[in-house]
Design a protein around this ligand. Sequence first.
Ligand code: FA5
Length: 378
Amino acid sequence: MASEVIQYEDVKFHAEMSVIAFDQGFGRYDRFRGGPDRYRDFVGSGGSESITLKEAETVLRELEDLRTKHLGKKSGWAVVKKMIGRIPSEEERASAGQLVLAHEIGMKDKLADAERTLKLIIDYLRVERERVDVTLPGRRPRRGHLHPITLLRQRIEDIFVSMGYAVEDGPEVETDFYNFTALNIPELHPARSPQDTFYTTGGLSLRSQTSTVQIHAMRRRRPPLRVIAPGRVFRRDTPDATHNPMFFQLEGLLVERGVTMGHLKGTLSEFVRRLFGAGTRTRFRPSYFPFTEPSMEADYSCFKCGGAGCRLCKGSGWIELGGSGMVHPNVLRAVKIDPEEFSGFAFGLGIDRMCGLMYELDDIRLLFENDVRFLEQF
Ligand code: FA5
């Protein structure tokens, strides 16, 4: 055919054959034609025809293949176009050119119409797939709750706040002065050993009792003052069912004019009545603390058996509340308060052991194991 002379009729024939072949191939995609709104028939609630995103993407790829096959560089159509140049008559060449162009536009229009519909369907279905239904119920986050020690601490705080006490805070890392010396425990004093704590090489230590806050409070606020100071303390104690090397205490301090042991006893008695019930009794035993004089241990009647004796109170009917006493004059002097003018009382409770008793725990170490099966019970 290369050297053959080509006539208009030849081009027309080959062009029409090619168009027929194209139309045969395109036939199954014809349903996607119909103008810019045709896609609506396939998507949304009003669509009468249906197609999935995957199907639409496949069809779009097939249309691209069809275009290459029938109109691409190596297609029969490319041959037809080349034939035009070999028509000797200029007039016929022009007519053949127009004819071929008209057919080409016809085929391309069909492809473009179907492709536009498919692209719109694909866009719509992709948005649909990624759409978030904001009306669906959310996933509820698991809520934590307060630790049993915190719950008890808050109950104790509420009672003392209602009696006019302010809640005071103090550092957990202390100097020797606050932890011992100012509390009337000089160097080499034997009272340091049961309160042995953790020291840094720089002369600091972790406080072994919240009594340190007595000194901070008296330096910060001058008397008259009423404070409680809950917080973490640290001791070189070997862990067992009633001991931890880290535990919580709550300190109380009242310094005013004319304070007596009667005020101290009345305060602690009222406190246990509010915490454990109106029938709760107290008793006081002599004791020793370097920073109080006189000193005493306070006990309260067992909240479980009412004093008859049970497993909880080990048969005695009494439970130990903590240490207490009248603030030692040396302590007042250490913070430049005149013991002739002011007097006061102080007390210190161990929250962990109290918490253990109230919840009937066999072992206070459970409180710090962070086992949610345990913690979820409170
Ligand atoms: C003191 O720490 C004094 N500061 C209390 C005090 C304050 C007396 C004010 C006078 C005036 P003691 O060492 O006894 O006292 O400890 C008080 C409470 O802490 C104890 O009753 C106990 O409940 C708790 N406790 C002591 N060691 C531990 C430990 N290793 N683990 C858990 N709780 C402990």
